[in-house]
Design a protein. Structure first.
Length: 326
């Protein structure tokens, strides 16, 4: 913050204390009364310091986002389950709901299908559990595909898609060039393939299994994000604009911690497709008509479906030939 923003300490409060006030608030979901007692400051000072750091982090958050890689990610390169089928994949995309506090008059627009008010946040991440892109501030009633359409058409802060690369998406999104979705009408969730006699029985199921296993990284990063920043366990007590900025600022901070504090690791099994919120949301989206408001050209749709069929057929031929199912 000192190197990249103009924020400085004051005669009464050093910059380190300002940052500590912010971290205590977002990390422990502490209210100002607690930070007042901890740092022996007034409520006004605690609030001022919090918002100064938030503004500084919001300014530098875009620069803290990971860049989509141009080389094959290690997770794909080192596994015959994924390579070479997903060699051009740079990450995964999905939406998640963050508790939101809004005026009663606006509540219907923000009340999601689970009954609580939220903002729908779209995110893209890489396989190293870093955010590539975050778009916050959409109402909880907004469909993921509508938020996704906004991310692709914004004049500023657009979703980065390198030439020749693609992201993995779930059934809530259309299958298209640069965004590879699973087969509809075919079992997809990882738990569907667990247990005796549940191995894939055809190429579409095998593709969906490996697609889900690889795309699960987005579920893990959402789980880590919400467990790391406990302020999102309930609706943050700020104006909605500040709540949306807080998501972006914390995403940037998450990336900084991933790069600078790698001893702060999370177990791979800790966050999976069993995450209750995401799992229920995907179940509802899995076979519904896609909510995308931008009609896809038939030629693009045909290309994307043929591309997916080719990957699935190649994957199935290799697996059956070597006996490596799943």
């Amino acid at each position: 913050i000192r190197e990249k923003t103009s924020l400085r300490g004051t005669r009464q409060t050093c910059l380190e204390e300002m940052v500590a006030t912010f971290l205590l608030t977002i990390g422990q979901n502490s209210r100002y009364n607690y930070t007042m007692d901890t740092f022996e400051r007034s409520k006004f000072a605690a609030s001022t310091n919090f918002h100064k750091v938030l503004n500084a982090l919001t300014t530098i958050a875009p620069s803290l986002m990971a860049k989509p890689g141009l080389t094959v990610p290690a997770k794909i390169r080192e596994s015959t389950r994924y390579y070479p089928y997903f060699k051009d994949c740079v990450g995964a995309i999905d939406g998640t709901h963050i508790h939101a506090m809004v005026p009663a008059s606006n509540a219907p627009s923000y009340r999601n299908r689970k009954g609580y008010t939220s903002q729908n946040v779209l995110a893209a991440c890489n396989f190293d559990l870093e955010f590539i892109y975050v778009l916050s501030g959409w109402e909880g009633t907004a469909h993921d595909s509508k938020v996704f359409s906004d991310a692709l058409t914004r004049s500023k802060s657009k979703l980065p898609v390198p030439e020749g690369k693609y992201y993995l998406v779930d059934c809530g999104f259309a299958n298209r060039r640069n965004f590879l979705a699973p087969f509809r009408g075919t079992k997809y969730h990882l738990q569907d393939f667990r247990g005796q006699g549940c191995d894939p029985s055809n190429q579409n199921e095998l593709f969906n299994l490996r697609h889900a296993s690889l795309r699960n990284v987005i579920e893990r990063i959402f789980g880590i994000f919400k467990s790391r920043f406990l302020i999102f366990k309930s609706a943050p007590p700020f104006p909605f604009k500040v709540q949306a900025e807080l998501v972006l600022a914390c995403a940037g901070l998450h990336n900084f911690l991933r790069r600078e504090c790698r001893s702060d690791e999370f177990l791979p099994e800790e966050y999976s497709d069993n995450d209750e919120e995401n799992n229920e949301s995907h179940e509802e989206n899995n076979y519904e008509e896609n909510g995308d408001t931008r009609p896809l050209q038939s030629q693009q749709r045909e290309y994307a479906n043929n591309w997916r069929d080719t990957i699935a057929a190649s994957m199935w031929a290799e697996a059956t030939g070597t006996g490596s199912i799943p």
